[in-house]
Design a protein around this ligand. Structure first.
Ligand code: 3PY
Ligand code: ZN
Length: 617
């Protein structure tokens, strides 16, 4: 309403806008700074158009044109209504007793984290969400938040992750929303004080999360317990995860054995988990191991079992079928165009493989197929973030790199000029894992191994040299922090004498001793979300705040324009809010002046709006 009021002001309509435009009209500022919103978005679009940070736009149609018609009416009731009716305990029992195989759709979180460097924007999620609510109401849950999405939203997308969650909540009122929580590391990379974790969980639940999948990168129950308790206190569902590594079927395995996982599961149950999750982040769980592990977990504990995997080597549908035979209660999949390889198995293949059996999912293969063109077009738009992986890879059984990291590491290697030596990165990753004690590799411990491998490769150091004299090298901070125990204790204990040698003589970092009084106040204050962002991810939070200040809410800009800018003559429609639409067009652009400034001749709702932008090329 405010923006319309501004747009209808005579001066504005005639293009006579000036700095004091809003100041001169106090009746407008009493609502918000709407004129500002439009001009801030124009300056973003001008900047991207001039500098094209991601190159030329790929030749793909607007994904929204590929969506099927939205089915009439409200979304039918689904898992969310079940949860509301039964409460977390009853809901877990319901899950355990159901014969129908339950399915989590990871498209909006893990799939793009594992294939597109976590870059999927709220805009493209919201366009599909009403369809998902109406076409796939049988879903057990949609994983939409947590993991790296929080960091990436702030750091690279200039989006508020909390707003994303609230909007998704509204668009998906019938399906449980699920997030990935890294135990005490929450959605960051180091342990936070319990107060921070508790405040984060409360706030995430209030914003819309129903089910929290909680893991720790060392499978350390002490790191998991505070988060599990916080989730229970908030009244949400705690899905305690055991991170799977190695191969429990291998008779030579002496660390990550069936006994090891059963002990860990016992701790997760005792800590209060409602659901047990097997988190197979690298896709190492083979069919025979799945059969044994799931059979044993379901026999020993009364809890439902949820299986998560990545299809890096291509064999995980077989694992799922073995898991289904062993009685698994829920599994994870992604929309076909964002599935496979480092992502989750294809939802359609899961549905097809179980249809017309007693464990049929109830999901419609037809509906999944109808949504595929949309996701295919979306993926094409994000082409600059593809990791270049063209096929499944069997070497994952050697290096055990988690799906999300494998794509990321390829991008990092590319940026360091090591792209054509990726097999060496893989070899060194496996060696570094051995050096560090055969650890569980998942965020943030996987980053430790990856950082060390890239360091060795770029500095030309052989692992044997490092093993002998680790004190001689300027090791990455993450490696030192890990060896100091900042991420907890690894399941196999510390690698000695390597650890002692590596730490000898290094100056201790200041320890993070809880939370200051000022921070505690901030967590109890009005802007708790901003305080949480700042406490967990100070750099990205700052980045986000300065971008928000500069450009406003950029999540409303269609992705093509956000990533690639405007094309001359093409009209872009931006819905600032329901009922407030801007039509933006680029008429022409000047050459850069002596300071490198270009002027873009833009029109907004038909009115000329010249905007300057710095050409940084
Ligand atoms: C994350 O922590 O982001 C993960 O996806 C781990 O698998
Ligand atoms: Zn995953």
């Amino acid at each position: 309403a405010f923006l319309n009021a501004v747009l209808n002001e005579p001066d504005f309509l005639e293009g006579r806008t000036y700095t004091s435009f809003v100041d001169d009209r106090p009746h407008l500022t009493s609502v918000s700074t709407g004129r500002d919103r439009a001009s801030r978005l124009l300056s973003l679009l001008a900047d991207v158009t001039v500098n094209r940070p991601h190159g030329e736009p790929p030749p793909v149609p607007d994904p929204r044109k590929k969506l099927p018609p939205l089915p009439d009416g409200d979304p039918p009731p689904g898992s969310r209504q079940q949860l509301r009716e039964l409460g977390p305990e009853g809901f877990a029992r319901w899950l355990r007793e159901r014969q129908q195989l339950q399915v989590t759709d990871t498209t909006l979180r893990d799939a793009h984290q594992s294939l597109l460097a976590t870059r999927l924007r709220t805009f493209d999620m919201l366009a599909a969400a009403p369809h998902i609510a109406r076409m796939l109401p049988e879903l057990f849950s949609a994983e939409v938040w947590g993991g790296a999405t929080f960091d990436v939203a702030l750091r690279f997308l200039h989006e508020d992750p909390w707003e994303r969650l609230e909007r998704l909540r509204e668009a998906l009122p019938n399906i449980c929303l699920q997030m990935l929580l890294r135990g005490r590391n929450a959605v960051g990379y180091t342990g936070y004080p319990d107060d921070v974790v508790r405040a984060f969980v409360e706030e995430a639940h209030a914003a819309g999360i129903d089910i929290f999948r909680i893991f720790d990168a060392n499978n350390d129950i002490d790191q998991l317990r505070p988060a599990i308790e916080a989730v229970r206190e908030a009244g949400a569902v705690a899905e305690g995860a055991l991170c799977y590594t190695g191969d429990l079927s291998d008779p030579r395995e002496d660390l990550y054995t069936l006994d090891y996982y059963m002990r860990l599961a016992g701790q997760l149950v005792e800590a209060g988990s409602h659901i047990l999750c097997i988190k197979d982040m690298a896709g190492l769980l083979k069919a025979p191991a799945a059969r044994r592990l799931i059979g044993a977990l379901r026999q020993e504990f009364g809890l439902p079992v949820h299986l998560h995997t990545h299809d890096t080597a291509g064999g995980q549908l077989a694992t799922y079928l073995a898991a289904v035979e062993a009685g698994v209660d829920a599994i994870d999949g992604a929309a076909a165009p964002l599935s496979g390889m480092t992502s989750q198995p294809n939802l359609s293949a899961i549905v097809a493989a179980t249809d017309h059996t007693e464990r049929a999912t109830g999901l419609s293969l037809e509906a999944l197929g109808d949504l595929e063109p949309y996701w295919e077009a979306v993926r094409s738009l994000y082409a600059p973030f593809e990791a270049g992986l063209r096929s499944p890879t069997g070497t994952v059984y050697r290096h055990e790199i988690p799906g999300g990291q494998l794509s990321n590491l390829r991008q990092q290697a590319l940026a360091m000029g090591l792209a054509d030596r990726f097999e060496e990165v893989e070899r060194l990753y496996a060696r570094c894992d051995e050096l560090l004690g055969r650890i569980v590799k998942v965020t943030p411990t996987s980053k430790v191994v990856g950082d060390l491998a890239l360091y060795l490769l770029s500095a030309g150091i052989e692992p044997e040299e490092l093993e002998e004299r680790p004190g001689d090298y300027d090791l990455p901070d993450s490696v030192i922090g890990f060896l100091r125990g900042e991420l907890g204790t690894p399941p196999g204990g510390w690698p000695e004498p390597f650890r002692t040698r590596a730490l000898a003589g290094r100056v201790e970092a200041a320890t993070n001793g809880g939370i200051s009084e000022a921070d505690r106040k901030a967590l109890e204050g009005e802007d708790r979300r901003a305080a949480l962002n700042r406490l967990m991810l100070p750099g990205p939070a700052k980045e986000y705040e300065s971008n928000r200040e500069r450009y406003g809410d950029v999540s409303v800009v269609p992705t093509r324009a956000f990533l690639y800018g405007l094309e001359t003559g093409e009209e872009l429609a931006v819905d600032l809010e329901p009922g407030v639409r801007l039509y933006i067009q680029l008429e022409a652009m000047t050459d850069p002046d002596e300071r490198g400034i270009r002027t873009l001749m833009l029109t907004m709702n038909g009115q000329p709006r010249p905007v300057d932008a710095q050409d940084r090329s």
